[in-house]
Design a protein around this ligand. Structure first.
Ligand code: GDP
Ligand code: MG
Length: 560
């Protein structure tokens, strides 16, 4: 059986590796929750499980000006943390502990990623200032954390991180502010994680302790925090910045806690179990966020697929329409076979068909074949490129309006809304390979001696070109004279092929050649489409949501 620590490590890795790149379905909250979860496993759960009897960390959290620093100093009886509303926002939080516990708090046991500074001079930047005081009992450290409502994001993120590492939250609020929304958002986390909590209402106008205590007690009960220990502290004069009265109940409670090893162990266990109990729900929220990302990713992918499928259909339709035989191809072919003359012979039934056809291809000169092939190649190339251009633009424009689409486009090349720059080279390469393939087909089909003879007397290349033309010769879409000429073109290539292969073989061959061509076009378009697939590479799939759930279940299983 694997240990709880191993399973937590496994969960931690999954949480850490998870990316939620799309702004869909509360992704921002999910990312924050992800971050806090990873931090709490590192900062608190893993170190705590390693050493259950480590000194307690009590974190003073709360809003700006609630009196956290003043309270810290007052509890220590020494000014270790600078109070006051106006202060550098990046000042390091101060952790005070007995000298005996310093090694533990300077070590990597707790909050391992925060750099430490020591001594009385406040540090700046990210990290923790560790101060020792003999006025504290060994076994309990106080941490004066940054304000949860700080305007500095880094500050309230750090506050959340420090609270995540606490064995005990000392939540500080004031008589004037305790009903504000922000503190209750943090208290909701305390509830979610069942952390040991006590709430300190500071700066209560003389005589209102009872009333405020009762009211706040009711609020806590309403939020499921009824067993939080409540301390009410009256507003009093400060001496040297420290409270002179009102601290006795809090002080004695903390003292008792440190001295009573049973109570201490119970508190540690409670916070630890609370944090572990909170994992499945927190992981489930992450897994749902993953699913939202995955399905947005799927929709983006399907949209791109649809556009490229449409591009292939467009090429297919264009082949059907016979449009490719217009212009250049038609001219070259007509020049090559002298359509009119052949047609006339065919219609008049003059001479043997084979002679007529042989006369069509002027000698063994390869130049005309190459010209027809070249003309076909460039028409096709333009057609495929246009289709790829259109698809790329459609996908970019579509994604811009789809959920998560703009994020999927982040970091894309400026050319993503067009076909790739080397598409032409790739199309031409494919067409040339296809043409070679068609010639090979003709060669293979001319298997019987009779057929070979017929083919050879025409030249394989001429027959191949006739087959290529047959692939494109549909008259749909052509009009007037052009249709007549194209019709003649079709008839000639058909007649050539029929003479060589016979009726049945011709249509099968033409279908085969056409399928092979479309397969090659498809592969060119697939390469185009893959650029969009690459943009979706960071989006998690639904599977990673399942893995998270499984990892959380394994943690649960390892607890028992
Ligand atoms: N008179 C008086 N002033 C206080 C008391 N608690 C805090 N203050 C003052 O309120 C301001 C903010 O307190 P501070 O401890 O810095 O709050 P923090 O932001 O929560 O750390 C400081 O100027 C303190 O001197 C108190 O009980 N009585
Ligand atoms: Mg402070």
């Amino acid at each position: 059986m694997t240990s709880l620590v191993d399973e937590l490590h496994a969960l931690r890795r999954l949480v850490g590796d998870l990316e939620l790149p799309l702004e869909v379905g509360g992704a921002d909250d999910a990312r924050r929750a992800q971050h806090e979860l990873a931090e709490q496993i590192d900062d608190y759960l893993l170190p705590k499980l390693e050493r259950l009897d480590a000194p307690l960390l009590a974190v003073l959290g709360g809003s700006t000006g609630a009196g956290k620093s003043t309270l810290t100093n007052s509890l220590i009886g020494d000014n270790v943390s600078i109070p006051g509303v106006l202060r550098p926002t990046t000042r390091m939080p101060v952790l005070v502990c007995h000298p005996d516990d310093e090694a533990w708090f300077l070590g990597e046991g707790v909050l391992p990623d925060l750099p430490r500074t020591t001594g009385e001079s406040p540090g700046s930047g990210a990290g923790l200032q560790v101060v020792t005081s003999k006025n504290l009992r060994p076994g309990l450290a106080l941490l004066d954390s940054p304000d949860i409502d700080s305007v500095e994001v880094a500050n309230h993120d750090l506050a959340a991180q420090l609270l995540g590492a606490a064995d005990l939250w000392l939540f500080v609020t004031t008589a004037a502010r305790y009903a504000d929304a922000v503190p209750w958002e943090y208290l909701a986390r305390a509830q979610e994680r069942s952390v040991a909590l006590s709430v300190i209402v500071n700066r209560i106008p003389a005589g209102s302790e009872k009333e405020i205590g009762t009211h706040l007690g009711d609020m806590l009960r309403d939020k499921g925090l009824g067993d939080a220990r409540l301390f009410a502290i009256a507003e009093g004069d400060l001496a040297d910045g420290r409270l002179t009265s009102g601290l006795v109940p809090l002080n004695s409670w903390l003292d008792a806690l440190v001295q009573d090893s049973g109570a201490r162990a119970q508190l540690v266990r409670r916070s630890l179990d609370g944090a572990l109990d909170s994992l499945p729900g927190r992981v489930e929220a992450l897994a749902s966020a993953v699913e939202v990302q995955a399905s947005s990713g799927d929709a983006l992918r399907a949209y791109a697929d649809q556009q490229y499928d449409e591009a292939l259909s467009r090429v297919d339709r264009e082949l059907d329409s016979g449009n490719l035989l217009r212009g250049e191809v038609l001219d070259r072919w007509t020049e090559h076979v002298g359509t009119g003359e052949v047609m006339e012979k065919l219609q008049r039934g003059v001479g043997r068909l084979k002679d007529a056809i042989v006369s069509v291809f002027k000698g063994t000169d390869e130049q005309p074949n190459r010209e027809v092939q070249g003309a076909l190649e460039s028409s096709l190339s333009v057609l495929v490129r246009d289709a790829a251009d259109t698809a790329a633009l459609e996908v970019v424009e579509g994604w811009e309006t789809m959920p998560g689409g703009p994020e999927a486009l982040v970091g894309a090349s400026a050319n993503l809304n067009r076909a790739t720059t080397d598409i032409r080279k790739r199309i031409e390469g494919e067409i040339e390979s296809w043409q070679a393939e068609v010639l090979q087909l003709v060669n293979d089909q001319a298997g019987s001696k009779l057929a070979v003879a017929r083919t050879l007397s025409l030249g394989i290349n001429s027959v191949g070109v006739a087959l290529m033309v047959a692939v494109f010769s549909q008259t749909g879409g052509l009009t007037g004279g052009e249709a007549a000429v194209a019709g003649g073109t079709a008839a000639v290539s058909q007649a050539v092929l029929t003479a060589v292969f016979g009726d049945n073989a011709v249509s099968a061959l033409a279908r085969d050649a056409r399928t092979r061509l479309l397969t090659r076009v498809q592969s060119v378009l697939d390469t185009e489409r893959s650029r969009f697939g690459a943009q979706l590479g960071r989006i998690p799939d639904a599977e990673s949501g399942e893995q998270l759930r499984l990892a959380a279940s394994s943690v649960e299983a390892a607890r028992s």
